[in-house]
Design a protein. Structure first.
Length: 364
């Protein structure tokens, strides 16, 4: 059986650190925590779980801090987590089994990262990360913001998930890191332009975000999946700006890179036609979104809502406006499987069951 070192970087995580450690303390063989300047009780909490608590001055670079944490690992493999991550019970059991059965020639094990949950417990964003890596390979973190672990060799994909349970969002922190890069005159990679665009979009700087996404798309280098989502996210920015034709063009541009349809694209195209009250066209794209299967080995972003409850709920609306109440009810019930207590879905259910007269339901 292999041994595992947990390595974490923390700062002012008193609200969540114990919750995280409680889910892995009985699985890992060593806990290493690097504090980057906490002013709350984070360090005291960490010391309840381990005497391996270290300190590193924050220099505005996540990769440097993560690499520092890896230096203290002494076991066969390194597992890294953020303080607001947890392993749910089923994933704890899967990790225990993996630890007992892992082939020691494996260099890395990828796991799902459930980066968001809605109020009904549905995963809103999922992607893979190299999560458990062989210490002796000395893999290195790169990128001062939205960093990544550069891994190669024998990699296996597992069905274990790490679940992110953030209490609050650090608005503007990552954006400031990118602005400092610009001020220093750092050269941006395609990946930098993609994630800088994301930060700008999240801070509602839509025009600036569009320009950053365009730069990613125009560069020959870069991960093709980033270019797919640069098109999708650029379309979202155009929608926020009310520029519908540019929105649609950007969504179709994504096919240049994705080659095949994605639920995230199809549902957005459906919504475009729905807003134009072209309901049959909208239904075509929504229906396609529900029929596309997710690739188990996919590493890029997956937003499960776009293939599950969301297109069904919107088809409920479209069919209602087409006066096809039977199909409208069917799709509302499909959406209700994922969000049984959603007030909008319950409203639709009651409306359709009682057959109240109503000309339109506005797009949600």
């Amino acid at each position: 059986m292999v041994s595992i070192s947990l390595c974490m970087i923390v700062k002012n995580e008193e609200e969540v650190l114990a919750r995280c450690l409680d889910t892995v303390k009985d699985i890992v063989d060593e806990i290493n925590i690097v504090d980057t300047g906490s002013t709350d009780s984070t360090v005291e909490i960490a010391k309840r779980y381990t005497d391996r608590v270290f300190f590193f001055e924050w220099i505005g670079n996540f990769a440097a801090a993560r690499n520092e944490s890896f230096k203290y690992a002494t076991k066969d493999y390194i597992l890294y987590l953020d303080a607001d991550d947890v392993l749910l019970e089923e994933d704890q059991e899967k990790l225990k089994k993996l630890k007992e059965t892992l082939d020691p020639t494996v260099d890395s094990v990828s796991m799902y990262y459930n980066a968001g949950l809605d109020e009904f417990g549905n995963v809103t964003l999922q992607y893979r990360r190299n999560r458990l890596v062989k210490r002796s390979r000395n893999f290195v973190w790169k990128g001062d913001c939205h960093q990544y672990l550069e891994v190669h060799g024998k990699i296996i994909n597992s069905d274990i998930a790490v679940t992110h349970k953030k209490i609050r969002h650090s608005v503007g922190r990552n954006l400031d890191i990118y602005k400092n890069k610009i001020a220093r005159g750092d050269e941006f990679t395609p990946r930098d332009y993609f994630y800088y665009g994301n930060e700008l979009r999240e801070n509602e700087l839509y025009k600036e975000a569009i320009e950053s996404y365009k730069k990613n798309i125009q560069m020959a280098e870069g991960w093709i999946e980033d270019k797919v989502y640069a098109c999708i996210n650029k379309a979202d920015c155009y929608r926020k700006l009310g520029e519908m034709e540019e929105e649609l063009a950007s969504l179709f541009e994504s096919f240049k890179f994705s080659k095949t349809p994605r639920p995230e694209i199809c549902s957005r195209i459906g919504y475009y036609f729905q807003r134009k009250r072209e309901y049959q066209s909208a239904i075509f794209w929504y229906d396609l979104a529900t029929k596309l299967e997710n690739d188990f080995n996919k590493w890029s972003f997956t937003y499960p809502a776009y293939s599950t409850w969301y297109p069904h709920l919107q088809m409920c609306v479209c069919y209602y406006n087409l006066q096809d109440f039977e199909k409208s009810y069917y799709h509302n019930e499909e959406a209700r499987k994922y969000r049984p207590d959603d007030e909008k879905i319950i409203f639709n259910k009651n409306l359709l069951e009682s057959k109240l007269g109503m000309d339109t339901i506005q797009p949600t």
